[in-house]
Design a protein around this ligand. Sequence first.
Ligand SMILES: [Zn+2]
Length: 133
Amino acid sequence: MGKLGKVDFVPFSKVDGIEERLKEGKISATRCKKCKNIYLPPRMDCPECLDEEMEWVDCEGKGTLVTYTTIHAAPAGFEDDVPYTICLVDVEGGGRLVGWLDGKEEDLKIGMGVSIGIRDLPEERMIYSITLE
Ligand SMILES: [Zn+2]
């Protein structure tokens, strides 16, 4: 079971080694050894060529804001956290992920550069956090 997110909000169940990497503060993607596509959030099978030979690549943790939304009515498991803002980010080097904004929604602009980090949550869970550059 993946621990990224309070509920299984990102499908990490097939990804071995992700928790260890997150604990080290690494933003890690996987790369298909065959077609070289990069996946972030990481996955262990390639949807392009259906290959399962993946390798880890560490990212710089930089990206571009694609869109964002502020959640006022939370899904199960997030009731205590509303309102919160989630961001969709195109990651430099490949991949696209969802993270929680660590900052003010008013400061966001689509297309701006952001940094991707990792935030610890209770019960040893973790989530991607998005900060403004
Ligand atoms: Zn592939």
